[in-house]
Write a protein that binds this ligand. Structure first.
Ligand code: P6P
Length: 332
């Protein structure tokens, strides 16, 4: 039986990208290594006293979990000493981390080191999200603006889901591939080859508790997919776990859409453009889906702030198009 490990797969992807320096391959190796280490901590969180909040609040105004800090420090430590990265934009850091000249490389990484961390205490799925971009600024030392690039500039993106098993999903622009961690040997092994959204949209993922706060077109769209009907077969099932990675992963495998729309108190939605929406939008498009802010392609948005938020609807292409028609014209 020929096992395709993520390391071997990354090598084939790098050749397809025409990148031969090995730097890109090594960067993805580093992220896979960090994923294995975070997975080990997540699996032991209830034993090694790493569950729970630190008592701090992050730049997002959210309670910081111990695993957030562990994951963020680990990824920054590995990436900033890898000689492949020049700047890191993290959900946990107010400013971009600029790598010193002696360690600086040619790639930028934007990341959410531990997404959905409110799920830690209840043993529900959580994830890591990453986005890899080219350095744009002149000179060896990056600037914070190197992190502020539109999603269409991404060279690669992916996520790690710490669920019933640990799965790493990534794309370098040549399709989406999923690897399951075999803890007995510590290897990510190819388990989902060329992932594509199924044609049928089976699920929708949104926090229904916020229905009263949504704009009217969003409420009308959700009412439509909950109504009994054909073409498409409705109502869609509702699945929402409070971690974007887990909801996205289920919709990618079973067919579905994920939404986090604007609300009265969240005029730009909740999700962060650079560390959540853009990497997941890259994967959505690579898997034959689409990703919109409701009024336009997420990956075309020109960022102005490291932590700017964006309304999100992504997944099944037909449903994303339908939602955009509701947002443009009212009821479809
Ligand atoms: P709510 C996690 O905090 C996150 O950023 C996403 O992973 C998730 O989809 C969303 O927020 C959940 O937000 O308001 O429904 O709890």
């Amino acid at each position: 039986m020929s096992l395709m490990t993520i390391e071997r797969h990354i090598l084939t992807e790098e050749r397809r990208m025409g990148a031969t320096s090995g730097t890109f391959t090594n960067l993805l190796y580093d992220i896979a290594l960090a994923a294995k280490m975070i997975s080990s901590e997540v699996r032991r969180a209830g034993i090694n006293n790493i569950i729970g909040a630190t008592g701090d609040v992050n730049v997002q105004g959210e309670a910081v979990q111990k695993l957030d800090i562990y994951s963020n420090d680990l990824l920054i430590g590995i990436l900033s000493r890898s000689e492949r990265v020049c700047a890191i934009g993290s959900e946990e850091n107010a400013e971009a981390v600029i790598v010193p000249e002696q360690w600086a490389g040619k790639y930028v990484v934007n990341m959410d080191p531990l997404d959905g961390s409110s799920n830690i205490g209840v043993n529900a799925s959580i994830g890591t999200i990453f986005s890899i971009l080219p350095k744009q600024s002149e000179g060896k030392i990056a600037t914070g603006d190197d992190c502020l690039q539109p999603g269409r500039n991404q060279l690669a993106a992916g996520y790690v889901m710490y669920g019933s098993s640990t799965v790493m999903v990534y794309s370098t622009g040549y399709g989406v591939y999923g690897f399951t961690l075999d803890p007995s040997v510590g290897e990510f092994v190819l388990s989902h080859n060329r992932m594509r959204f199924p044609d049928r949209c089976k699920y929708y993922s949104v926090n229904e508790g916020n229905y009263a706060y949504w704009d009217k077109p969003t409420r009308q769209y959700i009412d439509y997919i909950k109504a009994v009907g054909d073409s498409p077969a409705r109502p869609f099932g509702h699945r929402y776990i409070g971690a974007m990675v887990a909801d996205f992963h289920r919709n990618l495998i079973d067919g579905g859409v994920f939404l986090y729309p604007t609300e009265e108190s969240k005029p730009q939605g909740k999700l962060r453009l650079l560390v959540e929406a853009n990497p997941m939008a890259f994967l959505a498009e690579q898997a034959g889906g689409w990703a919109t802010s409701g009024t336009g392609r997420i990956m075309d948005i020109m960022p102005t702030d490291l932590h700017q938020r964006v309304p999100v609807m992504m997944g099944n292409q037909e449903e994303v198009a339908r939602y955009e028609s509701y947002m443009r014209d009212g009821a479809g």
